[in-house]
Design a protein around this ligand. Structure first.
Ligand code: NDP
Length: 450
C-alpha cells in the first residue's frame, strides 16, 4: 500500500482512541507509526478514569470500615495513608502503560515518544527534527483540563496534579459541578479532607436527570461536602503558611490547602500544525469531523476527545476501531452510533444513566410514563446509614418502550451496564417485567417497578 509514503498511517496521540486505531490498522496490514509526547495510554489510563477509579475504591473503605462495625466487626487503630495509596496506584499505572506499549509493539506499530506536528500535506515533523510522510494522519490528541483565569489562578491544580499530591490536603476547594468535581469531592471527603465545591450556577451534573442530581446533592451535603452555588472566583493569594486564601464573588472568602479546577476539558489542537494544511476547527477548538471521523482534509481523520463529540473513553475506542476498519479493511465504511450511550459518575454514591432524562423525554416524546423506586439498600439499613437509592425508568407511554433509566445508589454503574443493553435494544417495560428478579439484590428494582 502507498509506498511513496513512509507509513500508511501516522497517529498523533497514544491514548485510548489512538492506540485502538493504530493497532487495528496495523492488524489490517497497514504500516503504522504513532507519536506520543507524554505517556502511552493517554488520559484514561495515566491520569483519568483508571487511577480515579482506584482512588474511588480506596475512598470507599472509609464507609465500609465504619459500616463493618454494625455487622459485628471491631476495627481498631484504623488509619489512612495517602502516600501509600498514591504510590500503589502509580505502580499499577506504570504496569498498564507498559502493557499498552507492548500491544503497539506486538502489532509492529512504530512508537515515537516525542511531539509531532503536521508540517505539510501528508508530512509530519517530529520534535527531534525527523520528517516522515504518511498516506493518512489520525489526530487523537485528547483534551486537557480547562483552567480558569483570574488573579492567582496559577495556584490552583487540576485533576492531572491531584493524583500526585505530596500529602492529603486538609481543606480542598473544587471549582465546577460536573463529573470530575463530584468524583473528587467524594474521594477527598471520604479520606477526611474538608471539601467544598464552588460552582458558577446552582446546577450540578448538567445533562443528568434532575431527581438524581438532587439526590446526590442531598447525600453529598449529608456526608459533609459544602456547596457554594452561583459563585465565581475573584482571586487566590498564598498565605504565609503555604495555604491559599480564596476570594469569592457571591460567598465569603475561604482559606484552603488546595484549589482544584474541574471546569471542563478543552480539545488539544494547539501546536499540531493543523492550520498548515487547513483543518477546520469548531468554536471550542475541537476538530470538526463527519460521521466517519474524517476532517475537511480528506487524508486527515480525528477521533476521541479532540473532536469533542462525547468525551468518554469507550466512545474514543469505538471511533478508533471504526476508523481503522473503514480505512484499512474491506468492510463498508461505518461510523459510530453516538446515541443512547450509557454513562456513570463515580461519586459517593455513584450515578449511572442511559437514554433520555425525564425532561428530555417530556420534550421529545411528550406522552411518557415515569416509574421510580426510592429505597434504602439492605446493607445501608443494617449499617444504620441513612442513604437512599433512587431508580427511575422512563417509557414511551404509547409503545411501552423504555427510553431512559437513571440510578443513584451503590453499584449503580455496574448494574447499569447490563440494563443499558436492554434500553439500547429498544425493549419494553413489559420485557423488564417478564424477567424474574434475582433476590435480594439492588438490581431487582429494575424489574419490579410499579
Ligand atoms: P464537566 O463538563 O462534567 O463539568 C464542567 C463543570 O465546570 C460544569 O459544572 C460547568 O458549569 C463548569 N464550568 C465550565 N466552564 C466554566 C467556567 N468558565 N467557569 C466556571 N465554571 C465552569 O467537565 P469535567 O471537567 O468535570 O469533566 C470533563 C469531561 O470528562 C466530562 O464532560 C466527561 O465527558 C469526562 N469525564 C467522564 C468521567 C466518567 O465517565 N465518569 C469522569 C470524569 C470526566 P456549567 O454546568 O454551568 O457549564
Amino acid at each position: 500500500m502507498a509506498d511513496q509514503y513512509d507509513f500508511d498511517l501516522f497517529t498523533i496521540g497514544a491514548g485510548s482512541g489512538g492506540v485502538r486505531a493504530s493497532r487495528v490498522s496495523a492488524a489490517h496490514g497497514a504500516r503504522v507509526a504513532v507519536a506520543e509526547e507524554y505517556r502511552v495510554g493517554g488520559t484514561c489510563v495515566i491520569r483519568g478514569c483508571v487511577p480515579k477509579k482506584m482512588l474511588v475504591y480506596g475512598a470507599h473503605f472509609a464507609e465500609d470500615l465504619e459500616d463493618a462495625q454494625q455487622f459485628g466487626w471491631t476495627i481498631e487503630g484504623k488509619s489512612f495513608d495517602w502516600v501509600k495509596l498514591r504510590d500503589h496506584v502509580q505502580t499499577d499505572i506504570d504496569r498498564l502503560e507498559g502493557l499498552y506499549g507492548e500491544t503497539l509493539g506486538n502489532h509492529g506499530v512504530e512508537v515515537f515518544r516525542e511531539r509531532a506536528e503536521i508540517t505539510g500535506p501528508h508530512e509530519i515533523t517530529l520534535a527531534s527534527g525527523k520528517v516522515v510522510t504518511a498516506k493518512y494522519i489520525l489526530v487523537a490528541t485528547g483534551a486537557q483540563p480547562q483552567r480558569l483565569e483570574f488573579p492567582g489562578s496559577e495556584h490552583a491544580i487540576t485533576s492531572n496534579e491531584a493524583f500526585h499530591l505530596d500529602a492529603l490536603p486538609k481543606r480542598v476547594m473544587i471549582a465546577g459541578g460536573g463529573y470530575i468535581a463530584n468524583e473528587f469531592a467524594g474521594i477527598f471527603n471520604e479520606f477526611g479532607s474538608k471539601v467544598c465545591i464552588v460552582n458558577r450556577s446552582d446546577q450540578l451534573l448538567r445533562g443528568y436527570d434532575e431527581s438524581l442530581r438532587d439526590r446526590l446533592l442531598q447525600i453529598s451535603m449529608m456526608k459533609g461536602i459544602n456547596f457554594h452555588f452561583n459563585t465565581t472566583f475573584k482571586s487566590i493569594t498564598k498565605n504565609d503558611d503555604g495555604s491559599l486564601h480564596v476570594e469569592l464573588d457571591g460567598d465569603d472568602d475561604q482559606d484552603v490547602d488546595v484549589v482544584m479546577f474541574a471546569t471542563g476539558r478543552s480539545p488539544n489542537t494547539g501546536g499540531l500544525g493543523l492550520e498548515n494544511v487547513g483543518v477546520e476547527l469548531g468554536d471550542k477548538g475541537e476538530i470538526k469531523v463527519d460521521e466517519f471521523s474524517q476532517t475537511n482534509v480528506d487524508y486527515i481523520y480525528a477521533v476521541g476527545d479532540v473532536t469533542d463529540r462525547v468525551q468518554l473513553t469507550p466512545v474514543a475506542i469505538r471511533e478508533g476501531q471504526a476508523f481503522a476498519d473503514s480505512v484499512f479493511s474491506d468492510v463498508e465504511p461505518y461510523g459510530v452510533d453516538h446515541s443512547c450511550i450509557a454513562s456513570a459518575v463515580f461519586s459517593h454514591p455513584p450515578i449511572a444513566a442511559v437514554g433520555m432524562t425525564e425532561g428530555e423525554a417530556r420534550n421529545k416524546i411528550g406522552n411518557i410514563k415515569v416509574y421510580t423506586s426510592d429505597f434504602r439498600a439492605m446493607k445501608n439499613v443494617v449499617a444504620g446509614r441513612n442513604e437512599r437509592s433512587l431508580y427511575k425508568m422512563i417509557t414511551n407511554a404509547a409503545t411501552d418502550q423504555v427510553v431512559g433509566i437513571h440510578m443513584i445508589g451503590p453499584e449503580s454503574a455496574e448494574i447499569m451496564q447490563a440494563a443499558a443493553v436492554a434500553v439500547k435494544a429498544g425493549l419494553t417495560k413489559a420485557d423488564f417485567d417478564a424477567t424474574t428478579a434475582i433476590h435480594p439484590t439492588l438490581a431487582e428494582e429494575l424489574v419490579l417497578f410499579k
